[in-house]
Design a binder for this molecule. Sequence first.
Ligand code: 5GP
Length: 205
Amino acid sequence: MSEAARQGLVICVSGPSGVGKGTIIREVIAQRPQIAHSVSMTTRPPRRGERDGIDYHFSDRATFQHMLENAEILEYDLYCDHYYGTPRRPLEQTIATGRDMIMDITVPGSLAVMNAFPECITVFLLPPSLTVLEQRLIRRGTETEENLRRRLQKAREEIGMADHFQYVVVNDDLQETAQRILHIIDSEHCRYHRIAGIEQTILAR
Ligand code: 5GP
């Protein structure tokens, strides 16, 4: 079996702010706890209820910069004035044990992961409409008016990049969307190149 076959899958989930990436990823993991979540570093201040080390590793800019210089961040992006990045070591260690890892990242972040891990799985989440997206962001109540406007502007740009992704799922129902992502992951595990040689193992039994 090839090296890529023994490793866990890297699953990038991108989509505009408010589309429900975090909720969907939590549901996917609730249903399949063996999938690990990549906890990102961010310089954004925590929102109410967010826990350091669980939702994000919250850090100041100097610490983020230091980690970048030491190549401890696999990819990063500046999003609405804050840095977000994927810690390299936990990702590499997790997939080396054969465990899948799912990440919630911006579109440029997914493009960078595609370069670093050409075998990664990329999923773009779309809202049913821009109106629904706006309503979700308003209902979430975490953004100022100005930030809301910027996030909606960013959303239009990000949606225009959906064609860079292998899979596109419209998130109009939490359970259905989580199921679709689990089906994608299961199908990817059945691709021949990931399990090449399995038939020989079966024949030898
Ligand atoms: P939020 O502030 O809503 O938690 O996240 C803002 C954006 O940053 C979201 O689109 C989210 O997917 C993205 N993001 C979170 N962590 C990372 C990361 O490690 N790398 C990149 N490139 N984007 C991230």
